[in-house]
Design a protein around this ligand. Structure first.
Ligand code: NAD
Ligand code: LMR
Length: 329
């Protein structure tokens, strides 16, 4: 089998980190051949072409071909997996929503080009910020493609949350499970540990012995650390996260295609689950079954958790209003 993968913004930082991992088989495994289409704007073509030359020099056995283009119809032609990375990153002092006006306009035309040119079962992952609302814009413009095929990356937030818990608990990160992110990929997101386990034991119980007052630790330490990690990286590094974002993108798409044996997190379209307004692309606890994300239903939310979810969802509603105001939806 060969899978055609389109990466927008392939000449940028995350694109560069993604391409070589995909070519090496980290996304779809050692038996799946890949064709890469790198879609850029004219100013980014040189960097994408350079990356294509390096891909050639990597002599990757799984890589059938690489095509570089600034034409969306060519870029999305026959595409099975679309990774929409191309967008401006935020700088110090900005919130991700500040990018709506700058980046929102990219995603309508790309959604339309996906509808017109991609393979019938195309799966789209939006990484470019603000990812949830950009995914909403792309989905709305993609006539005939089910909204379920448009997702936003919140796996980086989940990976951050699991890593912070593992560090605090002194446990290997793979033993920390069921830490879903709810809502927006923004500072309002809610990383939820109420169902989390470490080595099969409830995380809340294990945390009590280490941090004492768990609710206070969540409010003052854990949630701000996870929700503001993107800003912390920008402050320390001088620019936004790259390799961890590429790695989370690989995790998200691999799990979507190959399936999961437990919950994870993804920004997916709401059908009203947990009271999230229909049509919003919100992060939920999800499983991937038979190549489709399924929202994990029936979880109890405490009043405190409910208010956290509601606050982040309210921000998504505001972003939707803003892009409607900008004529992007
Ligand atoms: P970058 O500036 O290094 O690269 C962006 C690339 O996109 C550039 O090469 C640019 O030419 C290209 N581009 C711009 N408009 C385009 C268009 N219309 N079509 C195709 N390509 C286009 O930025 P980066 O560090 O790679 O980050 C990319 C985006 O990913 C940013 O919006 C950033 O905020 C976001 N991001 C999201 C997450 C997440 O978890 N969801 C994590 C990290 C970064
Ligand atoms: C991140 O979470 O690191 C990215 O969304 C980049 C940012 O602006 O925070």
């Amino acid at each position: 089998m060969t899978t055609t993968i389109t990466i927008t913004g392939a000449g940028g930082q995350i694109g560069y980190a993604l391409l070589f991992r995909i070519a090496a088989g980290d996304l779809l495994g050692p038996d799946e051949k890949v064709r890469l289409r790198l879609l850029e704007i004219p100013q980014g073509l040189g960097a994408a072409e350079g990356a294509a030359l390096e891909l050639q020099d990597g002599a990757f056995g799984l890589l059938e071909y690489v095509e570089v283009t600034d034409d969306a119809a060519v870029g999305f032609d026959g595409c099975d997996l679309a990774l929409l990375v191309g967008a401006r990153p935020r700088g110090p002092g900005m919130e991700r929503a500040d990018l709506l006006a700058a980046n929102g306009g990219i995603f309508g035309p790309q959604g339309a080009a996906i509808a017109a040119n991609a393979a019938a079962g195309v799966r789209v992952t939006v990484v470019g910020n603000p990812a949830n609302t950009n995914a909403l814009i792309a989905a709305a413009a993609a006539d005939g493609v089910p909204a379920e095929r448009f997702t936003a990356l919140t796996r980086l937030d989940e990976n951050r949350a699991r890593a912070q818990l593992a560090h605090t608990l002194g446990a290997p990160v793979h033993t920390v499970r069921r830490v879903p992110i709810w809502g927006n990929h923004s500072a309002t997101q809610f990383p939820d540990i109420s169902h989390a386990t470490v080595g099969g034991r409830p995380v809340t119980e294990a945390l009590e012995q280490i941090v004492g007052d768990v609710p206070t630790w969540l409010e003052t330490t854990f949630i701000p650390r996870v929700a503001k990690r993107g800003a912390e990286i920008i402050d320390v590094r001088g620019s936004s996260s790259v390799a961890s974002a590429a790695s989370a993108t690989i995790d998200h798409v691999r799990d979507w295609v190959k399936g999961t044996d437990d919950w994870t997190s993804a920004g997916v379209v709401s059908h009203g689950e947990y009271g999230v307004p229909e049509g919003l692309i919100s992060s939920f606890p999800v499983r991937s079954v038979d190549g489709e994300w399924q929202i994990v239903e029936g979880l109890e939310l405490s009043d405190w958790a409910r208010s956290r979810v509601d606050a982040s969802v309210a921000e998504l509603v505001e972003e939707r209003e803003s892009v409607r105001g900008l004529g992007l939806l």
